[in-house]
Design a protein around this ligand. Structure first.
Ligand code: NAD
Length: 421
């Protein structure tokens, strides 16, 4: 891959495009298909006026990018953050296309975001902003068009407001327009823990490949939010030893293992993991470099870069977050023979359970939690096997293998459908 500046290295769109180009070249992808798949199909920018509680008017900027609808409705989360950029949303939308194709579910890829610090808004301002954003996008959303879900700083409540706004415009209740809803209005059992469960399943598969046991596997998890805390809980219950947790405001380390049930209670009571008495305080950035078998970045993008990749001691990296490793860091990790389970496979449990939620809403029949978990495990095991098989037959790392698998599936669909003109 070509040499890039640090700024380019940290741009998620550049990161996505670098992997896409490399995988497409390895596949000998037809030039026309390469042009279609390299860029999103549709990018929408909306300006959202909100009457604030203090009587002033504020205008927020929001995005929805639909990368591909070749394999089915566009699918992907909506994030609220002051740092959201169009390039980031573009990258995340493309990753959703590849992720849905890796696990072979009938969705394309999309992502949305609003430039906002949600902590500075009241609940009523958040609701108004969410509803107006949904209304601005109304003709582009729908169970057969584009199905949003929660992402960073959005949750079940956000999805309930989006579902209600869409339903009001349609003059009927349409639960399947979003996923990640509360259970009582068409949500799925198992959805909340699904991304963490997927991380457990793919780590189990990696252990099987390397003939390692759960009990002798030490984990360090970055991010103790939805993905990180659920992965830590499920994996510690399954016998793995969680020795480190790195959060935004501090880190925890205990070589004998951290009691995750107690940490969850502590976090819920104190709204932070800092100060937890069952572990030593530790520098969260240094924790990524501690000795362990599996490192799980489950917080945000660009945390493993050309600046720190050489210091990583983990044998396996399982990417709970989207885009935690830059393309330059990938090359360093490959030289060190680190087994990376890439984001578009490792965190696909979330969208897989979202697919089950969409199916249940459309069926009007809701599954037992055990059925959701069983189907999820089956799909992720198969995807893991497919990726490793691609990696071994094409002599590429797991990330490029996952991209190649995904690109070939999407390209095949486009070829069959043909180009409408
Ligand atoms: P979240 O907001 O629930 O949790 C993120 C956690 O990471 C927070 O506790 C935050 O304080 C922490 N954090 C943020 N930046 C950090 C940093 N630099 N260092 C240490 N900790 C930091 O979000 P989430 O839903 O768990 O999502 C996390 C990542 O996983 C994102 O990249 C998201 O796109 C991805 N993801 C989420 C899902 C899902 O189902 N929630 C599915 C697939 C991928």
């Amino acid at each position: 891959m070509k040499t890039v500046s640090l700024e380019q290295e940290l741009n998620p769109w550049e990161a996505q495009a670098a992997r896409f180009d490399f995988a497409a070249q390895k596949l000998n992808l037809d030039e026309g298909l390469w042009k279609i798949l390299r860029y999103p199909q549709r990018e929408i920018i909306v300006h959202i006026p909100v009457a604030m509680d203090n009587g002033t008017l504020e205008v927020f900027t929001g995005f929805r990018v639909q990368h591909s609808i070749a394999r089915g409705p566009a699918k992907g989360g909506v994030r609220y953050s002051p740092d959201v950029t169009l390039d980031e949303v573009r990258a995340l939308a493309s990753w959703m296309t590849w992720k849905c194709a890796v696990v072979n579910i009938p969705f394309g890829g999309a992502k949305g975001g609003i430039i906002v610090d949600p902590k500075k808004l009241s609940l009523s301002e958040l609701e108004k902003m969410t509803r107006r954003y949904t209304a601005e996008l109304i003709e582009f959303l729908g169970p057969e068009k584009d199905v949003p879900a929660p992402d960073m700083n959005t949750n079940e409540q956000t999805m309930a407001w989006m579902m209600d706004t869409y339903s009001m415009h349609m003059r009927q209740t349409v639960t399947s327009v979003v996923t990640g809803k509360p259970l009582t209005i068409g949500g799925s059992r198992g959805r909340l823990e699904a991304t963490g469960r997927g991380v457990l399943v793919v780590c189990d598969e990696a252990l099987r490949k390397f003939e390692m046991s759960r009990e002798s596997t030490r984990l360090i998890v970055q991010g103790f939010g939805n993905v990180g805390s659920n992965a830590a809980k499920l994996m510690s219950d399954a016998g793995y030893k969680v020795i480190g947790i790195a959060e935004y405001d501090g880190g925890l380390f205990n070589r004998n293992g951290i009691n995750i049930d107690k940490l969850l209670e502590y976090r819920d009571r104190n709204k932070t993991v800092v100060g937890f008495p069952g572990a030593e305080a530790s520098d969260p950035k240094q924790l990524l470099l501690e000795d362990c078998e599996i490192l799980i970045p489950a917080a945000t993008e660009n945390v493993i870069t050309s600046q720190n990749a050489a210091g990583i001691k983990a044998r396996i990296i399982c990417e709970g977050a989207n885009g935690p490793t830059t393309a330059a860091a990938d090359e360093i990790l490959a030289d060190k023979k680190v087994f990376v389970i890439p984001d578009i496979l490792a965190n696909a449990g979330g969208v897989t359970a979202s697919y089950f939620e969409w199916v249940q809403d459309r069926q009007g029949y809701f599954w037992k939690e055990s059925a959701v978990n069983e189907q999820l495990e089956f799909i992720l095991r198969e995807a893991f096997e497919d990726v490793v098989h691609f990696s071994e037959t094409h002599h590429v790392n797991n990330r490029i293998a996952a991209y190649m698998l995904a690109i070939s599936r999407v390209a095949h669909t486009i070829k069959l459908r043909g180009i409408y003109a």
